[in-house]
Write a new protein. Sequence first.
Lengths: 196, 484
Amino acid sequence: MNRIYIAGIDEIPQRCTLEDNDLLQITIVCPPGYSSDINFAIDLLRPGVQLDLAGLYFCTRGERQNFNITVRHMVGGATSHQLFKGILGQGGSAVFDGLIHVAPGAGQTVATQQNHSILLDSASSSETHPQLEIYADDVECSHGATVGALNEDELFYLRSRGIPEDEARRMQILSFLSPVLNRLPEDKQKFLLDRL
Amino acid sequence: MDEQQLLKDIASREYGEGFETNIRQEFIPKGLSESTIRLISSKKGEPQWLLDFRLDAFRKWQRMTPPRWGHLSRLPEIDFQDIIYYAAPVRDEDRPTEIDPELEKTFDKLGIPLREREALAGVKPKSSVAVDAVFDSVSVSTTFRQHLAEKGIIFCSFGEAVQNYPDLVRKYLATVVPSGDNFYAALNSAVFSDGSFCYIPKGVKCPMDLSSYFRINAAGTGQFERTLIVADEGSSLSYMEGCTAPMRDTNQLHAAVVEIIVEKDADVRYSTVQNWYPGDKEGRGGILNLVTKRGLCKEGAHLSWTQVETGSAITWKYPSTILQGDNSTSEFYSVALTNNWQQADTGTKMIHVGRNTRSRIVSKGISAGHSDNSYRGLVRVMPGAENARNYSECDSLLLGSNCGAHTFPVIRSQNATAQVEHEATTSKISEDQLFYCNQRGISPEEATALIVGGYAKEVLSRLPMEFAVEAKKLLSVNLEGAIG
């Protein structure tokens, strides 16, 4: 099952549980031109369930984006993967607060979380709190977070092949976002790209 | 072997430094008020400015509340009126300049020689480490001072520094950790009793490692030491800190402040092996270790923190660096081991202010028994920190199913040219690793020690030789019989 939520258009549930489905895919998109506060908590209640959660956010012109994501492994044997990617420019700022909670006794849990953001200029800022709270020993949990700029070498490579700077930067941004962007159906991709 | 049995074995290990020294000591009455502070200050014969500093800090402290944000559910409400704020061994009137033989024996037993025997006999000293030994509220001895003074290095107790080098102390005191910085730093600023002071002049490479050794002995007391280290332009220093306390059923408070000023192009390595009494296997007693450590790096300076945390019932400690000067660098390497009912909430703060500043964080947590082990850190890139670079790595290892391992990092970047990376993993010792060792005839216990040793190696290899040996011993003792 694949659910897609676009902030400002769809209503994003604040709490949900994962029990019936074997695999649940959720994609949350925050398009540019919109500040939002997203609180999302999900409890994994049955062994064997898989959660695949991804998010995409753009913050431009002084917008603020707040993410508060909680994934709770209440029983063992479940898997969760999270991937959040953000682009921040022109004074935009984002706070990503993500927690993986593994309850006592929830062994054989596999949980990962990744948050990557790109700052396009120094007027923008990014804040990340990737958190792990683990009370069971037989688990594999990890999180990764990076904050950086677009790679200058890549830009040089593209420009030396005759691609104008603006176009090259756009390509870089698209490739950075593509792992999450590709989860969206074509019409929604187009909707987003038109607003970039 | 039965896993449960093995886990019980770790819990029942002995704390070798838990003895108490019987010595005549002088105490001031319990409780904390302005008059307590005036009494401490007059006992130490302090100048007026220092008393004013203490009283100012005390007034700030009165308006503050203890921080509760740490992941430390077992941190008790501390009754600050139920603590003795000053305890000192009484000097023998017949021999006012000599160290009490009982004290000397105590430190010998702890492996800290207070006499420069080998050096005096003209033989090359076995260990080239100068020690400032602090017993409860006072520094009892500082070794190799003469030798260091030849190079212009000042290494003495904080109290002596106030008497002999008031200008230096006044210039640098509370410049990195202001008196109202946080609840425990304010308390320390009000009641600190002794600690170490160290000044390395311009361009001097300190010929030997310097170290402070803190010993809590008296019951019902708290230890509030203050360390101030100043490395002037182009100098370099390796500093070590060790600590132990007797076994008791009640908690004792240790609230220290360490300030390090690293001037232009200077290099300081600060290493800690923290082995305070961790409490018994039911979680009774133990030291509450609530300390503030911070360094300030000027242009091109380098500060490296290495810590091995194995003791204390509660650890609340975040050695931090302010990378103020351009091109300054800092590192934080930590191994924190918690067992039984110990709780540790420790990590670092790296604040990038200058351009081209770089920092690296490597934290390894190991939890066993019913303990909780948290990494909490901040990497902050200010708008002016062009090309700042940070890499953080936090790994947690869980031994047993009743413990917890947590990671709470905060990354705040306000500069587009900065690159910040953070990664963390949590796991247990895998069956495969154990099986590999077992089939080669290595027992599960040895295998666990081996794997944990390998896991912590990146940090342990950063420690000065003398310390690395001790730290390895501590880790293996604490993990005796451990299996995940």
